[in-house]
Design a protein. Structure first.
Length: 135
């Protein structure tokens, strides 16, 4: 069994690295935006693996590892510079939990909307949450 768990962990870690790499895409850099659509395309391309990681173990270590990924964390935290420093961790947790729930519900659908559709909604929600007037 140990070899199977090691292989599963390897798949998870590889997927997390690929998701973290999405934060460095040219589209994200140019638009100074969350890498949402790029991440959703990656999830959609590997739908069965994504379902396993996000749905089979929703409270497991995959999402915790994903949000601990330096690239992912920095990408989100970069949009919280106007939030008082002592509040940033809570904003990060709020956005992280919302992201997990949004992705899980999307994965559960038989007929999923496009990554662009879900990405646009997610970006709009995050932008509203991180607006200076909202804080």
């Amino acid at each position: 069994y140990k070899d199977q768990y090691d292989l599963f962990d390897d798949f998870q870690n590889d997927f997390i690295e690929r998701m973290g790499a999405c934060t460095h895409s040219e589209r994200v850099k140019k638009g100074n935006r969350f890498p949402t659509i790029e991440l959703l395309y990656l999830i959609n391309e590997h739908i069965e693996l994504s379902k396993l990681f996000f749905l089979k173990y929703p409270n497991g270590n995959f999402f915790t590892k994903l949000m601990a990924n330096t690239d992912m964390r920095e990408s989100i935290m970069a949009h919280l510079d106007h939030v008082p420093e002592k509040h940033r961790e809570y904003y990060f947790l709020y956005i992280s939990a919302g992201t997990q729930d949004l992705v899980c519900r999307w994965l559960l659908k038989d007929e999923r909307e496009s990554p662009e559709f879900l990405g646009e909604i997610f970006i709009e929600m995050c932008e509203r949450c991180t607006e200076k007037d909202f804080v």
